[in-house]
Design a protein around this ligand. Structure first.
Ligand code: PBG
Length: 323
């Protein structure tokens, strides 16, 4: 035998030398849930270890993450049912919980990277990412709402805006509004290939944002399709996106790889709530070892993602798995 691949696995030093992919704190984005009130920190039952924070506690949480070298945060609001309406007007009203949170985080920690989520669903009385009329989602009318929301986030200090709604043309529409208002430096992380998935369940519990009627299949992609993701990516590139995101992550590693091989923009992977719940439940039951977490996160790097949105971020650093 001339080739003995095991020679390159014979010592820890050599294994380290030939390691193709690495993961550092710089790759991680930590999603955080916000609620109204003071001194609130309530655990989400389907996401052990993940909480909804009132702004005061959110600031404490972010401070402790920054100390660990975890610097990027994606914020999501839990909105009271009474504030929701058909047009998600609460999403851009001055002084909302969400806008206050962005402002407070940037004021206290200017070095932190704040990513904001643009979509109607947390504020929509229909629980959809667009305006609903006779059971249909209106695309172009929804863009107007998304534009107002994105502008409000930029004015509050967002570093990166992440539209997660899957309406056609939203990246170009939002880019235009931001540029016209002088926010040429605010980045867009597009949810490029967002699939109609069962893996968002715990997130929808956390925010009470599940659709009241119907499903999201007329805007989120079918999990049977991969080539369609290339069309979405091409459009996002042309419309001015700075990042392409794939969501969910683990069941869609092929999509991450395909976007990575076909496009030169940085790729983000969203390791979503259901993936987190699954792994946590198995570890909690003693069915999986905790090292499954790092193995999962590394799979995103192998597939070609540089940014990984994951609820495991803080824990993985605290436990010393990622430096
Ligand atoms: C909605 C949105 C969803 C997530 C992020 N933004 C859920 C959905 O489309 O219903 C899910 C994230 C997760 O499951 O962790 N705009």
């Amino acid at each position: 035998m001339l080739q003995r691949p095991r020679r390159n696995r014979k010592s820890a030093v050599i294994r380290d030398m030939i390691q193709e992919n690495r993961l550092s704190t710089a790759n991680l984005i930590f999603p955080l849930f916000i609620v109204e009130g003071q001194n609130q920190k309530t655990e989400i039952s389907s996401m052990p270890g993940i909480f909804r924070y009132s702004i005061d506690n959110l600031l404490r949480e972010i401070e402790s993450c920054l100390k660990l070298g975890l610097n990027s945060f994606d914020l999501f609001p839990a909105v009271e049912e009474s504030l929701k309406d058909k047009f998600a007007t609460e999403s851009y009203r001055e002084g909302t919980l969400y806008l206050q949170a962005i402002e407070e985080v940037k004021k206290n920690f200017p070095e932190a990277c704040v990513i904001t989520d643009v979509a109607m669903d947390p504020y929509s009385s229909d629980g959809h990412d667009g305006i609903v009329e006779n059971g249909e989602i209106l695309n172009d009318e929804t863009l107007v709402v998304l534009g107002k929301m994105a502008l409000a986030h930029a004015q509050a200090g967002a570093d990166i805006i992440a539209p997660s709604d899957m309406m056609d043309g939203r990246i170009g529409f939002i880019r235009n509004i931001l540029d016209e208002n002088g926010f040429t430096d605010v980045s867009l992380m597009s949810y490029t290939a967002k699939y109609a998935s069962s893996f968002y369940g715990p997130f929808r519990d956390a925010l009470g944002s599940a659709p009241k009627k119907g499903d999201k299949k007329s805007y989120q992609m079918s999990y049977a399709n991969s080539r369609e993701a290339l069309i979405e990516a091409q459009l996002d590139l042309e419309e001015g996106a700075d990042f392409l995101m794939v969501k969910p992550g683990l069941p869609y590693l092929d999509i991450i790889k395909s976007l990575h091989d076909n496009f030169d923009l940085p790729i983000a992977a969203y390791n979503v709530s259901g993936e987190y719940a699954m792994i946590k439940a198995a570890i909690g039951n003693g069915w999986l070892q905790e090292s499954a977490i790092l193995e999962t996160l590394m799979s995103f790097r192998r597939a070609g993602a540089t940014a990984i949105l994951t609820y495991h971020a803080k824990e993985a650093i605290e436990k010393g798995w990622i430096k």
